[in-house]
Design a protein around this ligand. Structure first.
Ligand code: E4P
Length: 219
């Protein structure tokens, strides 16, 4: 399983990129709005930092296929080497995915909450599907079961090359579970990446090595 970072904060993106653990970025309208900056400018800057797929979502105010196609082309044009157009799972969204895919524009079908939605998105030509694990957990439905089901389902059809991005990842246990369930990618907030680096025995070990060294060799 590979890692993307799920944020529009360029400082967090730079820190994760410097660690060498991420190979892509996902954003959404809420994450970009939180930064309070220009939408396109933010995406273009992110694409200049990480040399991998950068998901930029069509604006939440666009619901028809024509509008999503026009926006999708504009997002892709920001940086054709990196940009992936994120499209919500609706009938209109599927139509937009089909048109953009035919033009060679990669798409990430977002807001996936069922295996059938993922299968439809794959058949429409989405390069990625984003099932939202945490938001299912929030309503007492085990989100990890969805990741496992989509993974099992796609494995039945070798002609499906759509990658599964486990999204709405909220904690390190989600990450381990996603890797075991067969997600191709987990998109993870910076805070969770940081939590994943931690273990109390690591901290204790560093302190002990330091103390033993200083005892014999001094500062
Ligand atoms: C996915 O691409 C979304 O940007 C994100 O993972 C949603 O996470 P949330 O449910 O924590 O807002």
């Amino acid at each position: 399983m590979k890692f993307f970072i799920d944020t529009a904060n360029v400082e967090e993106i730079k820190m994760a990129n410097d660690m060498g653990v991420i190979c892509g970025v996902t954003t959404n309208p809420s994450l970009i709005a939180k930064e309070g900056r220009d939408y396109a400018e933010t995406l273009a800057e992110i694409a200049s930092i990480v040399d991998g797929p950068i998901s930029g979502e069509v604006k939440a105010t666009t619901a028809d296929a024509e509008g999503m196609i026009a926006e999708g082309r504009a997002i892709y044009a920001l940086d054709p080497k990196h940009m992936v157009v994120k499209i919500p799972m609706t009938v209109e969204g599927l139509k937009a995915i089909k048109v953009l895919a035919a033009e060679g524009i990669p798409t990430n079908c977002t807001l996936i909450f069922s295996a059938n939605q993922a299968l439809l998105a794959a058949r429409a030509g989405a390069a990625y599907v984003s099932p939202f694990l945490g938001r299912l957990d929030d309503i007492s439905m085990p989100g990890i079961d969805l990741i496992q089901t989509i993974s099992d389902m796609f494995a039945n059809f070798p002609d499906i090359h759509t990658e599964i991005i486990a999204a709405s990842v909220r904690n390190p246990i989600h990450v381990t579970d996603c890797a075991l369930a067969g997600a191709d990618i987990a998109t993870v907030p910076y805070k969770v990446i940081e939590q994943m680096t931690k273990h109390p025995l690591t901290d204790q070990g560093i302190e002990k090595f330091k103390a033993d060294y200083i005892k014999v060799f001094g500062e």
